[in-house]
Design a protein around this ligand. Structure first.
Ligand code: AQP
Length: 331
């Protein structure tokens, strides 16, 4: 079976609809016909300022949400990144191959370091994409389901893998980004010129664990566009187009079908119906997440099994790489 790997940061109390539609929905779909490795990337979460207790709680809440969304531990290897030390072990080698110039070109680093300011920017934020490359290459992943914002990091991963393979002999499979057009960049409801993100004010971001009443309010106050027709037009009507995209993705109806459905009706009708569609989706996810969190010991057992399985695969890659780069074996 082809392999798939992806990760998500435990940096919020809830995942948002952008995370789900851009990435997590594909995680669930791909596990049907791939050998899947999915991780909560807590090592990445400490590249910006963090609180230890909050991180621990969010790691567990993240794992619960993934299971609630449909990641099936019988099919997929679900684990916490810090439980698998091979990620850091491979990352160091990748850091030695990565060039300062190419890491400096990563737009996510440029954006986030600007936000943090020079004094708050950690060295780890700079090397973040190199650790991400290690995450992917450890498992010989063929596909990596992610949102559009991760495309550049995937290119770097391929470059580093190619550089290693050419110099030391083939160790790595070259992974491809699995980016689903249409939902690869869900926009913020208040600033539909930006991607939905936990770093923007919460009014524009639909959290999966929000109270549906809050969700409804956020949707009703979404920024729309001038005009009154409910039609998709990414350039002229980014706000309305975004609402149609979300509706379509969750209801399974095509955007064209929705345009017909809302013909002669206004933005208010679209928002009202979308609030219902989103409410119907998130309500059971919230419920299942809560149930899973009621039994943290069971959740931890699932993660321990995932880590053990992940280490078998990751350990083989590290052993091969450490041998090829010339590290003296310990025995
Ligand atoms: N708006 C989005 N549309 C589509 N996909 C998205 N992703 C994130 N935002 C959108 C995808 O979600 C996955 C998990 O991403 P992450 O763990 O890196 O979280 P993130 O990108 O840090 O999430 P935020 O909210 O965007 O945080 P900040 O503001 O810190 O950058 C990835 O596959 C990502 O592409």
């Amino acid at each position: 079976l082809p392999r798939v790997l992806s990760g998500i940061q435990p940096t919020a109390d809830s995942f948002h609809l952008g995370n789900y539609l851009g990435a997590l929905r594909q995680w669930v779909a791909l596990q049907q016909d791939h050998e899947a490795f999915y991780c909560v990337v807590d090592l990445h979460a400490i590249t910006v300022d963090w609180d230890p207790e909050t991180l621990r709680r969010r790691t567990l809440v993240s794992a619960a949400q993934l299971l609630a969304l449909g990641v099936d531990p019988a099919r997929s290897t679900l684990f916490v990144q810090s439980h698998v030390p091979e990620h850091v072990q491979l990352s160091w080698v990748m850091e030695s191959l990565a060039r300062f110039g190419e890491a400096s070109r990563m737009t996510q680093f440029k954006d986030k370091s600007q936000r943090e300011g020079a004094a708050g920017t950690s060295v780890a934020l700079f090397t973040y994409p190199v650790l991400q490359a290690a995450d992917i290459l450890l498992y010989q992943a063929d596909r990596v389901p992610v949102g559009e914002d991760q495309r550049q990091h995937l290119e770097l991963t391929r470059d580093l893998a190619t550089r290693f393979n050419n110099r030391f002999g083939t160790s790595f499979r070259l992974p491809e980004a699995h980016i689903v057009q249409g939902t690869a960049k869900i926009l913020d409801l208040q600033s539909p010129d930006k991607k939905m993100s936990k770093s923007l004010p919460p009014a524009g971001c639909i959290d999966l664990l929000d109270d549906p009443k809050v969700t409804g309010k956020k949707i009703r106050s979404a920024v729309t566009d001038t005009g009154r027709e409910v039609v998709a037009d990414p350039e002229g009507k980014p706000g309305v187009t975004n609402l149609l995209t979300i509706h379509s993705a969750l209801s399974g109806r095509s955007v064209g079908d929705l345009e017909e459905h809302f013909a002669g009706r206004g933005y208010g009708d679209l928002k009202k119906e979308l609030a219902e569609v989103v409410g119907d989706f998130v309500t059971p996810v919230r419920g299942r997440t809560q149930e899973l969190l009621d039994d943290p010991a069971e959740l931890q057992r699932t993660l321990a099994q995932g880590a053990a399985r992940a280490r078998e695969v990751a350990g083989r890659t590290v052993a091969d790489v450490y041998d090829k780069v010339g590290f003296l074996p310990p025995t």
